[in-house]
Ligand binder design. Structure first.
Ligand code: SF4
Ligand code: SF4
Length: 188
């Protein structure tokens, strides 16, 4: 349900802050919706990509930082290639994700940032993703959602086909990758 008008409190600094971090003006967006109509993830988003831009332009910080869309964006860049103004939506989504983490904004679906955290933790440990370890961490983090065994059948099928390793393998550059991830996290 849309919030009552009195409950909306725009933050006039939001657009400037996002544009500064992004290094690009997004005020040029004129809402043609070409980005949303080409986005492969739009069907799952609670706020369409062009509307995320609109929320930023309007300074509706809580609404944008709490949307699931900023976490669902797959950074595929389809929208950028379609945009007549070259608005870099995936980079803007990155800025918004960092802002959401910094400001501890409650996510619309906490399972999405939990998945991101489990993925990065696995890459930090092994230099690459260990699917089984990542999924175990993810399931533990989201255990209250009651779906711990939901994907067990699929996991078993993957294991039988040799697509799921029990033990992780380490990338040669694990230390450098870990250092790079730490530097990125420190910057947030
Ligand atoms: S395609 Fe570009 S100009 Fe059109 S709505 Fe999306 S971001 Fe705005
Ligand atoms: S980069 Fe994100 S918003 Fe843009 S088309 Fe891909 S998934 Fe959609």
């Amino acid at each position: 349900m849309a919030p009552a008008l009195g409950a909306i409190s725009p933050d006039p600094a939001l657009l400037r802050g996002v544009e500064e971090e992004l290094g690009q003006k997004i005020a040029s967006c004129f809402h043609c919706s070409k980005c949303a109509s080409g986005c492969p993830v739009a069907f799952a988003m609670d706020v369409q990509p062009n509307k995320v831009v609109r929320l930023v332009q309007m300074g509706l910080k809580d609404e944008v930082l709490r949307s699931a869309s900023i976490w669902l964006c797959a950074s595929c860049e389809t929208c950028v290639t379609r945009c007549p103004n070259q608005v870099d939506i995936p980079a803007m989504m990155d800025v918004l994700r960092q802002m959401a983490i910094r400001e501890k904004a409650p996510a619309a679906d906490p399972a999405i940032p939990a998945f991101h955290a489990a993925f990065l933790s696995s890459v930090g440990k092994h230099g690459r993703v260990h699917d089984l370890g990542m999924l175990t961490t993810y399931k533990v983090k989201t255990r209250k959602r009651g779906d711990a065994l939901k994907d067990a059948g699929l996991g078993w099928e993957m294991f039988k086909r040799g697509k799921l390793r029990i033990l992780p393998s380490k990338a040669r550059e694990t230390k450098q990758i870990r250092k790079m991830l730490r530097e990125i996290v420190d910057r947030i």
